[in-house]
Design a protein around this ligand. Structure first.
Ligand SMILES: Cc1ncc(C[n+]2csc(CCOP(=O)(O)OP(=O)(O)O)c2C)c(N)n1
Length: 364
């Protein structure tokens, strides 16, 4: 054990590689990713925004029960998927539908739970995407377990474990970091600090100098990154993934971003934040910034952008078609897949529900 924590400290300012004006800023520790990665990223950002907006519209049409949008956080979503390989796992939250789709999950399947079905809609093993977790931070210890198991088996897997700023106040977050560090598990903890946990602003959430500092007590190095700069996210997350894959252990990355819309459709954000705060973040939009940069360097033009928009439109049409059908969730399924061998209490509860359903059926 050494008392030196210096190497665990995040940079004083979040890493930025492309500024709000689209100009490269330069960073001593990180290079701007390849042009092809950036162009691929812009296409993914455009699709991500379209998916967010489509899902939001489907809530208004009653086709989705709820949608926690990542509008404004698309660079985090795209980067989280883009830095992973087919060997890796993603552990998303309810806000990370776009990251799951970036891994290859069909968006209609990814939205199944939010439509109101009893299951997550996809087979987690197909694309190595865990079911998106609604209880805050509960997915993080699971992510560590998967990473540790892969390491014991000698597999090259890295696990990207996502959570929000509010999630970092949960006990599971701290336990996961501690386990990951002690076990040297190949996990990248990726916190999207979007300034709010529903109506609770960051200043009421933590007294830490930054969320990335929270790793220090566990021996997990932290880093801070501009969460609206795709280039910086790809560089910082990519380096953390490489480090974890090479046996360097876990890392905690905090992305500074902003939730542009309400927490979900059930929330009225005007009750706790001002319009001018939101307007200031519009200026920092991740898509405008990268597009400006790539246009100025002659790496994308109107024709290519029209192609990206058309691809995004196709995906939106697929989502509309796929979510048009009503689902008929079977309440009895609530009790399946909880334990391999159901407990007596669960059996009793299942029988009560079955009885209730029978009586309801008889009344119809
Ligand atoms: C264990 C637990 N406690 C409380 C909640 C209720 N809840 C749902 S979302 C949320 C705020 C989470 O904020 P944050 O982690 O910052 O993520 P964001 O929604 O901003 O992406 C809370 C308290 C929950 N889902 N799980």
């Amino acid at each position: 054990m050494t008392g030196d924590a210096h190497h665990l400290l995040p940079s004083p300012e979040p890493v930025t590689l492309i500024g709000v004006d689209g100009q490269a800023t330069g960073d001593p520790g990180h290079a701007v990713p390849d042009d092809t990665e950036l162009v691929r990223g812009l296409a993914a950002l455009i699709t991500a925004r379209r998916l967010n907006d489509q899902a939001y519209a489907l809530v208004r049409q009653g086709r989705l029960a709820v949608y926690p949008s990542s509008h404004g956080q698309e660079a985090c979503q795209v980067a989280a998927a883009q830095v992973l390989t087919g060997d890796d796992w993603l552990f998303p939250t309810y806000r990370d539908t776009v990251a799951a789709v970036g891994r290859g999950v069909d968006p209609v399947e990814a939205l199944t739970l939010l439509k109101g079905d009893w299951h997550c809609g996809y087979d987690p093993y197909d694309h190595k995407v865990a079911p998106h977790a609604t209880p805050l931070a509960t997915q993080l210890p699971h992510a560590v377990g998967v990473a540790h198991a892969a390491r014991l088996r000698g597999e090259p897997t890295v696990v990207m474990a996502m959570c929000g700023d509010g999630g970092t106040s949960e006990g599971d977050f701290h336990e996961a970091l501690n386990f990951a560090a002690v076990l040297k598990a190949p996990v990248v903890f990726f916190v999207q600090n979007n300034e709010y946990a529903i109506s609770v602003p960051l200043a009421r959430q933590t007294a830490a100098p930054s969320l990335a500092h929270k790793g220090i007590g566990y021996g997990v190095p932290g880093e801070r990154v501009d969460g609206n700069d795709l280039a910086a996210l790809l560089a910082v997350l990519g380096a953390a993934v490489e480090r974890a894959r090479a046996g360097g252990g876990p890392q905690l990355i905090e992305a500074h971003t902003y939730r542009m819309q309400a927490h979900t459709n059930a929330d009225d954000a005007t009750r706790y934040r001002k319009d001018d705060e939101v307007a200031a973040w519009v200026e920092r939009d991740p898509i405008t910034r990268l597009e400006r940069h790539l246009r100025e360097r002659g790496l994308v033009d109107d024709e290519q952008l029209a192609g990206f928009a058309a691809t995004a439109e196709q995906l939106a049409a697929h989502v509309r078609d796929g979510l048009h059908r009503d689902i008929e969730p079977d309440p009895a399924k609530l009790f399946d897949h909880i334990y391999a061998e159901p407990t007596p209490q669960l059996r009793e509860q299942a029988a009560l529900v079955a009885d209730e359903l029978d009586r309801e059926g008889a009344l119809r």
